[in-house]
Design a protein around this ligand. Structure first.
Ligand SMILES: [Zn+2]
Length: 251
């Protein structure tokens, strides 16, 4: 407390001295100085995706742009965003370019992974990134109602949910949840050790789970299947690498 008072006293003394030397600053000058002090050194992005911008995008544009965003993420070069401006600019509507289904894993921050901000992407998350009826409804809302151009199913390596499905873990509501992942594990053509101790098998199960989710989306959502058939959207898969931060696109 004493130090603060002392510094303030020195500051006031210096200000008075400067005022004496240069003449008092006008109100205009003071306002100008205030603006300069608040001006950030980096240009912050305050705009959000508009309907016009969304409509101009093709599914392939979105894939490329997400891949570019992932490169910026890996290079620690994320876009600086003015969140309060983006909040204001997105109130009247949203026109996200994609819907991404990810695992709940805390090490997969989806928006950051693709360098995306407010209004850019829909994100649905569930342990093991499978698509049940509610997730399908959310995806249909994203594409058929809100105009998104891409459905991306993104798994990740070392996935705990997939490992639990591999080991047939039984616990509370986790038991029925794992039932949605287990068919993908069973589909893996592998003759060796089929336990979570075998990383090779777990990663094969991971890939199988992403592919199985995609085929379930096509099978259980005639709306999305038709949109894909017409070329209005693409449904694609990827696996996020926890070691490198890189998204590996399947196919
Ligand atoms: Zn996971």
């Amino acid at each position: 407390m004493k130090t603060t008072i002392k510094i303030s006293a020195i500051a006031i003394a210096l200000m008075s001295f400067t005022g004496c030397m240069q003449g008092q600053k006008s109100d205009k000058d003071v306002a100008k100085l205030d603006v300069m002090a608040e001006e950030p050194t980096t240009v912050l992005v305050g705009e959000v995706l508009s309907q016009k911008q969304q409509e101009a995008l093709s599914p392939d544009d979105v894939i490329k742009s997400l891949a570019d965003g992932n490169t910026r993420f890996i290079n620690n070069n994320l876009t600086a965003r003015n969140h309060s401006k983006q909040v204001k600019n997105s109130v009247s509507g949203q026109f996200p370019e994609a819907v991404i289904l990810s695992c709940v894993d805390s090490r997969v921050p989806v928006e950051d992974v693709f360098d995306r901000g407010i209004g850019d992407i829909f994100v649905a998350r569930v342990a093991g990134n499978f698509a049940n009826e509610d997730i399908l409804g959310s995806m249909e809302f994203a594409c058929a109602v809100s105009g998104s151009k891409l459905v991306l199913v993104m798994g990740h390596n070392h996935c705990g949910a997939v490992r639990a499905a591999v080991d047939d873990v039984k616990l509370g509501n986790i038991t029925p949840m794992l039932q949605k992942i287990k068919p993908a594990v069973a589909m893996v053509d592998y003759k060796g050790d089929r336990t979570s101790g075998n990383l090779e098998f777990v990663e094969m199960a991971n890939h199988s789970n992403v592919k199985n989710t995609i085929s379930n989306i096509r099978k259980n959502s005639p709306i999305l299947k038709e949109m894909e058939y017409k070329g209005e959207i693409k449904i694609v898969g990827a696996v996020y690498n926890l070691e490198t931060g890189k998204v590996d696109w399947l196919n």
